[in-house]
Design a protein around this ligand. Structure first.
Ligand code: NDP
Ligand code: 2IT
Length: 444
């Protein structure tokens, strides 16, 4: 059996009931076949793939906190420190009821390659909890964040592991987490990114994932003889990534006609009103039904459906496996030109294959959503030098990083004989830097 197949079998056997982790590993290892098989005995001897697919450390802990009724609540929490070959562990924290160890491992594994693609010195990690911030008071969110950090602080540090936001973790949560870290350790250091601007945050970090996604998409389109001007775009999600993807796409002349949350979705033929979306989601923390209430011309539909709309470009920005084979068929039937992932692994393996087989330009999240973590790394640099860069400076750097990522994955796809397969290009380009560092540092 080939070494890649041996390791795939081993990962599935050793990590039962973690389908998202299996999915992420399968996608990467399938792409790496061509690289591994060129030097299979060397990689097998140094157990390179076993080391790459086994986290350095998995921290599981209990978080107990008291709700507004005086009831004690208990949540499960995780931090997976996956690979620190090229820098300190770096990756977000997700607070969502669906969080379990397998979800955090898939996200941490993806993060290794994404962080490598940014060109910046950051390793891969991820964490989170099954805590649901939805419907909780600010005091309850603070109580949870303080209890969570009271355990997590032991394992993180500005040169060790630097968490940030993800689903359910935004500016409010990072603020409470940072305050508690500082209270316990007495250290005022860049241990978290996505901080508020008054206490060490970077300009443009809030916008960075969505903006970066659109910068990369624009470069992809440019290299295929077109651009976003007058393109019709479908976006899913209505959170941090979706909101700023919509904002930047509209600034570049596209018309974004959809967004969604976990209850339903909006079709707005006039183009999504991003100021209204921010007011509903960032200020009121409300549901998308309120968008329809304010914009009678828009349609609100319960459940899923954004991929049924006829568009040129699709940007999935909500969550994993939200774009299925049926959705891919609908997009292709409607003549979609490009699909670029804002979320982590939003497209199933079957849907990805179908899009690629039908000539749709497809860029995986580990490349196209890397602008968030890249700007986090820029926040770390600013914290280290105790300076703040201007918005223009950060935005220019972000744009440069995204353009560079596109060319890097495009070049890798060509070099390994799979031109236009950006999944393979991203996995191979991300892998090569990490492997080089792992080999240089010996068996550790
Ligand atoms: P937010 O919490 O700000 O927003 C998430 C959005 O997706 C919400 O609209 C939410 O709806 C929807 N959503 C979440 N889970 C589900 C679900 N299970 N089913 C349907 N809809 C769902 O998160 P972000 O915008 O930060 O993250 C979105 C995606 O982007 C995630 O995959 C994340 O890992 C990825 N990402 C985030 C980065 C960042 O910097 N924030 C960087 C790179 C990737 P509702 O409010 O109803 O739950
Ligand atoms: O998935 C991701 O890249 C993030 N949630 C951002 C991580 C970070 O450290 O900024």
């Amino acid at each position: 059996m080939s070494y890649v197949d041996e390791v795939l079998e081993r990962v599935i056997a050793q990590n039962p009931a973690q389908p998202e982790f299996h999915q992420a590993v399968k996608e990467v290892l399938e792409s790496l076949r061509v690289v591994i098989e060129a030097d299979e005995e060397k990689y097998r001897k140094e157990a390179l793939l076993e080391r790459l697919t086994t986290p350095d450390r998995q921290i599981l802990f209990r978080v107990a906190w008291v709700d507004d009724k005086g009831q004690t609540q208990v949540n499960n929490a995780f931090r997976v420190q996956f690979n620190d070959a090229i820098g300190p562990y770096k990756g977000g924290l997700r607070f969502h009821p669906s969080v379990n160890l397998g979800i955090i491992k898939f996200l941490g594994f993806e993060q290794i390659f994404k962080n490598s693609l940014t060109g910046l010195p950051i390793g891969g990690g991820k964490g989170g909890s099954d805590f649901d911030p939805k419907g909780k008071s600010d005091r309850e969110v603070m109580a949870f964040c303080q209890a969570f950090m009271t355990e997590l602080y032991k394992y993180i540090g500005k040169d060790v592991d630097v968490p940030a936001g993800d689903i359910g973790v935004g500016g409010r949560e990072i603020g409470y987490l940072y305050g508690q870290y500082k209270r316990i350790t007495g250290l005022y250091e860049g241990v978290l990114t996505g901080k508020g601007l008054s206490y060490g945050g970077s300009l443009v970090r809030t916008q960075a994932t969505g903006y970066g996604l659109v910068y990369l998409t624009e470069e992809l389109l440019k290299c295929h003889g077109t651009d976003l001007q007058d393109k019709v775009v479908a976006v899913s999600g209505a959170g941090n990534v979706a909101t700023y993807a919509i904002e930047k796409a509209e600034q570049l002349g596209a018309k974004v006609v959809t967004c969604s949350d976990s209850n339903g979705w909006i079709y707005d033929p006039d183009g999504i009103d991003v100021a209204l979306l921010k007011e509903i989601k960032e200020v009121r923390r409300a549901r998308l039904t309120e968008y329809k209430a304010a914009k009678p011309n828009a349609e609100y539909h319960e459940g899923k459906g954004v991929w049924s709309v006829k568009v040129d470009v699709a940007l999935p920005c909500a969550t994993q496996n939200e774009l299925t084979l049926d959705d891919a068929k609908a997009l292709v039937a409607n003549g979609v030109f490009a699909v670029c992932e804002g979320a982590n692994m939003p497209t199933t393996l079957e849907a990805t294959q179908y899009l690629q087989d039908n000539g749709v330009l497809f860029v995986p999240g580990k490349a196209s959503n890397a602008g968030g973590v890249a700007t986090s790394a820029l926040e770390m640099s600013q914290n280290s030098e105790r300076l703040s860069w201007t918005a223009e400076e950060v935005d220019q750097k972000l744009k440069g990083i995204m353009v560079n990522i596109y060319h890097n994955i495009d070049d890798a796809s060509k070099k390994y004989g799979m031109e236009g397969n950006y999944v393979a290009g991203a996995n191979i380009a991300g892998f090569l830097k990490v492997v080089n560092a792992m080999e240089a540092q010996g068996i550790v």
